[in-house]
Write a protein that binds this ligand. Structure first.
Ligand SMILES: *[C@@H]1O[C@H](CO)[C@@H](O)[C@H](O)[C@H]1NC(C)=O
Ligand SMILES: *[C@@H]1O[C@H](CO)[C@@H](O)[C@H](O)[C@H]1NC(C)=O
Ligand SMILES: *[C@@H]1O[C@H](CO)[C@@H](O)[C@H](O)[C@H]1NC(C)=O
Ligand SMILES: *[C@@H]1O[C@H](CO)[C@@H](O)[C@H](O)[C@H]1NC(C)=O
Length: 450
């Protein structure tokens, strides 16, 4: 048996230092958006059981959910009403929420979408998209839906909202979809929203979609879908402002988070940007983007901060994407402290991604991409560090990279950075970036680009 040695002593000192570090860190205030939207304490409470809800996994509870929400709307209690979902599996068709309500899922509560797609309600396309995102015309209403609401909370003790999306994924695979698949949760034109401490799984399409919303907080959520499930984006803030996403885990079949703002001529005409978006302390996996902007950005995207992100097995760690015909802008975007382990690409900023709604888009509507700051990115097993492909007649400007180290598989083959139609600066970037980005000697130079 080895004697206690110098190395054991070093270990002891290291542990002590670590503990001291932890206690110092604990005293520092953790930045959070918990106070951004007031967490109303609902005095009024009702239970889905009061409306005949049965959590046996077989009984269809549509009537119970719709009546409970109808009751909350008409009770009109000051302070709002909480709808309690006890442990059990509650199968239901889609339903709407109302203002001043909390949907509360107890530990062990599961709200499960029916797989009978034949009666699924259809709603009008979003004006900023002009049509359904994947099929022309209307689209299936989201499983849980809200339009024109305020003061809505979806929370509890980490109960589950399950979209049972495989029937929808199979229709997509077999090309038998008549309309665009439903999101798991969509809130349209709403404000003061909190979504926290809930597990979302197997969404038919995008998971959480706030569109034309403001003051939205999403925190302590877990979002799960198989890596091969089509278009199961985690959270897509769309033409929305003051959105904060933090402390969550997402593992899905498409982008973990993607900030959007409408599609080509429809998004340009609607003209509603996404702004003031914070994304922090997120962990996840996806065969597509880790943190993404776009590609639907026709209303513009600005003032986005993504920080302290941990990505494992992703297609592209940081992905900013747009296209000709999109118009709009992407500006003042900051990514900071991102760890990427195993990815095809670490960073991609690209002006040729995504399809068009129809052939009426204006090929001369060029997006303006300006002021993208990426600092503190550390990656291992990254096949290609970076690819930046601007638009010839609208080059990307002010792209600034600092303190970036993206390593490939151990060995000599490391794909170099590729850039075109872009200008900006680079400071301490390894492997060394393309010559389009001016090498600078201080990271402060980046400040002038934001
Ligand atoms: C739910 O909301 C949608 C969209 O606002 C609306 O078309 C539909 O009639 C509502 N359904 C119910 C049952 O209230
Ligand atoms: C719910 O999940 C969150 C985030 O994963 C976790 O921080 C929290 O402790 C969990 N809460 C309960 C009541 O299990
Ligand atoms: C975004 O945040 C800035 C600074 O806090 C604020 O002045 C601005 O009004 C916000 N924008 C929107 C659309 O809320
Ligand atoms: C740029 O975005 C950041 C958030 O990342 C925000 O704090 C800042 O005010 C924005 N700058 C301008 C000029 O709007």
């Amino acid at each position: 048996m080895p004697r206690p040695s110098a190395s054991a002593f070093v270990l002891l000192v290291a542990v002590a230092a670590l503990l001291a570090g932890v206690s110092v860190a604990a005293e520092e205030e953790v930045v959070t958006c918990s106070g951004m939207v007031p967490m109303s304490d609902r005095v009024g409470r009702i239970s889905i059981a009061d409306f005949g809800g049965v959590g046996d996994g077989r009984t269809l509870n549509t009537k119970a959910f719709r009546e409970a929400v109808y009751r909350i709307r008409h009770l009109h209690r000051p302070g709002g009403t909480l709808l309690y979902v006890p442990p059990g599996v509650y199968l239901t068709e889609s339903f709407n929420l109302t203002s001043h309500m909390t949907l509360y899922l107890a530990k062990g509560a599961v709200i499960k979408a029916t797989q009978d797609t034949s009666n699924w309600p259809l709603i009008a396309p979003l004006p900023s998209y002009g049509r359904g995102r994947e099929r022309p015309g209307g689209r299936y209403m989201s499983f849980i839906h809200g339009d024109g609401l305020q003061d809505v909370i979806i929370t509890g003790e980490n109960g589950t909202i399950d979209g049972q999306g495989d029937v929808w994924w199979n229709m997509w695979r077999q090309r038998t979809l008549s309309f665009t698949r439903p999101n798991l949760i969509e809130l349209v034109n709403s404000r003061d929203i909190i979504i926290s401490n809930v597990v979302f799984q197997n969404s038919p399409f995008w998971n959480i979609h706030p569109v034309y919303c403001s003051n939205v907080v999403v925190r302590y959520v877990t979002i799960l879908a198989p890596l091969d499930s089509p278009n199961t984006d985690g959270i897509d803030p769309d033409s929305s402002s003051n959105v904060c996403i933090e402390d969550s885990y997402i593992s899905v079949g498409d982008d973990l988070v993607s900030v959007k703002s409408g599609w080509d001529e429809y998004g340009i005409a609607y003209g509603r940007p996404s702004s003031n978006i914070t994304i922090r302390r997120l962990t996840g996996s996806s065969p597509f983007g880790g943190i993404a902007i776009g590609s639907e950005t026709s209303g513009g995207v600005e003032n986005v901060l993504a920080e302290n992100i941990n990505l494992y097995k992703v297609g592209v760690g940081i992905h900013v994407k747009t296209n000709t015909g999109r118009g709009g802008f992407i500006r003042n975007i900051t990514f900071s402290d991102v760890y990427v382990e195993t990815a095809r690409k670490g960073i991609k900023i690209s002006g040729d991604v995504g399809d068009h709604p129809d052939d009426k888009y204006d090929p001369n509507a060029l997006p303006v991409v300006k002021g993208i700051l990426i600092k503190g990115v550390w990656g291992t097993n990254v096949q290609q560090a970076g690819l930046i492909r601007g638009i010839k007649d609208s080059p990307f400007t002010g792209v600034c990279l600092s303190n970036i180290n993206l390593r490939g598989k151990p060995g000599p083959r490391e794909a170099p950075w590729l850039c075109s139609d872009v200008s900006g600066a680079a400071f301490k970037v390894s492997p060394s970036p393309c010559s389009e980005l001016t090498s600078v000697s201080q990271s402060v130079s980046c400040a002038t680009y934001s």
